[in-house]
Design a protein around this ligand. Structure first.
Ligand code: FAD
Length: 386
């Protein structure tokens, strides 16, 4: 954080970058951690808020359609198959937008994010792959006035999108499209180092990693080799303090304010997951539809017992020996939740953990900060006492 920078959300600030722009003036109502306004945001962006009686909307937010997909020709070096970067490229090539807000990497460090307003396909492509660290995306809003950019595609995670939506009507734009990524468990650059050191056999050569639907973390190393580690073998006692406090108090896993969400968690292993929330999201997806191998979403298994066991194990900071973690991982991979049920497993596990964290660390904000949809999900489980 720059010296003297304003950070009203203090310890739970996610460094979304709004406070590094002139739109800091709106921070009290725009910051995802000072003001929780899902209903109003959904209403403004999608024309209605989510239907809490509909299980899919309760979990995944307002949606017109959901599907799974792969780019038929995956983009080399992308996080998954590169659907996000391809949409960014097509949005520029087709003239839909003048610029794409995305995140490149520092020339000195693959994991240090550098947000930019990309004006060329090459600049969008240079932003492919996750920088799994808090990224101040919204600071580049400062470059908008006088730039000639009137139509913008913003790619971002939930906290960035919540703040962006809150100031949208004050931006010097004719049209804004929002392409959202689901997001949990992000870290500061220092936190990332601790995570890599506690989880990978070779932390310094990791160039890419992802928590995947087979309940394993897949690390890719600079020599092209792959390493996989079962979730259940993570060093929970050491990792409990690694995730950013903003992420431990976030309930916007599936990016409620985006027009289109592109993740992986609601798809079976190897495929990406698409949630179209409104007409602008349809327009974005149409840009790449002919290049996609698409399929309907599926759902198998029952997550509930595994979530409850996970809540208790996490709270006690249990660390399993590697052989047992491999065994549990193999069993869960065979009979565990798949497709949308895997996504619900992940949402339940993170929302219960985060509700407990907020109630313990910030009891004064818990009631108003945890949105109604998350309260409903959390109430289905037995939580340890605060
Ligand atoms: C920190 C983080 C956590 C995530 N967690 C989940 C998850 O739990 N479940 C799930 O289904 N999906 C998650 N995703 C999304 C998923 O990992 C892929 O990014 C998504 O499926 C797109 O893949 P792709 O190959 O199409 O992306 P690519 O074509 O490789 O493009 C990646 C895009 O991500 C943007 N980006 C990179 N780093 C950041 C950042 N720190 N902040 C904002 N934008 C960034 C870049 O601008 C780029 O446009 C997460 C993403 C991030 C950044």
């Amino acid at each position: 954080m720059p010296a003297g920078a304003t950070r009203p959300a203090r310890d739970i600030c996610s460094d979304c970058g709004l406070c590094d722009s002139r739109w800091v003036a709106y921070v009290r109502r725009a910051c995802a951690f000072l003001h929780q306004g899902f209903e109003a945001m959904e209403q403004a962006a999608h024309g209605r808020s989510r239907d809490l009686e509909n299980e899919d909307e309760l979990y995944f937010g307002v949606s017109r359609t959901m599907a799974t997909a792969r780019l038929r020709q995956p983009l080399e070096g992308a996080q998954w198959t590169g659907i996000v970067s391809r949409i960014g490229v097509r949005a520029l090539e087709s003239g839909l937008v003048d610029a794409v807000l995305c995140v490149q990497q520092s020339p000195d460090d693959r994991f240090t994010p550098v947000p930019i307003l990309a004006r060329t396909p090459e600049q969008v492509l240079a932003a492919r792959v996750n920088k799994p660290t808090l990224s101040p995306n919204l600071k580049v809003l400062e470059q908008l006035p006088g730039s000639g950019i009137r139509r913008l595609l913003a790619i971002g995670v939930g906290c960035q999108v919540q703040a962006l939506r809150a100031v949208q009507n004050t931006l010097p734009l004719d049209q804004l499209y929002v392409l959202g990524l689901p997001c949990v468990d992000n870290v500061s650059r220092a936190g990332l180092q601790t995570f890599l050191e506690s989880s990978s056999r070779s932390p310094d050569t990791v160039v890419h990693y992802e928590f995947m639907q087979d309940f394993r973390i897949h690390f890719r190393h600079s020599d092209g080799s792959t390493e996989t580690v079962p979730f259940f073998g993570l060093d929970t006692p050491r990792l409990k303090d690694v995730f950013a406090p903003s992420c431990l108090s976030c309930f916007d896993y599936t990016n409620a304010g985006a027009d289109l969400v592109v993740g992986y968690m609601g798809a079976e292993f190897g495929r990406q997951w698409l949630v179209v929330r409104n007409g602008l999201g349809e327009q974005l997806l149409d840009l790449v539809r002919p290049e996609l191998d698409m399929a309907p979403v599926t759902s198998r298994g029952d997550r509930r017992a595994a979530v409850q066991q996970g809540i208790d194990a996490y709270d006690k900071a249990v660390k399993l020996p590697r052989w047992l973690a491999e065994l549990v991982g193999a069993v869960v991979q065979r009979i565990g939740p798949k497709g949308l049920e895997y996504a619900r497993f992940s949402i339940d596990s993170h929302f219960t953990r985060n509700a407990l964290w907020v109630r313990r660390h910030h009891p004064e904000i818990a009631e108003r900060h945890i949105p109604a949809f998350a309260q409903r999900i959390v109430s289905r489980y037995r939580l340890p006492s605060t």
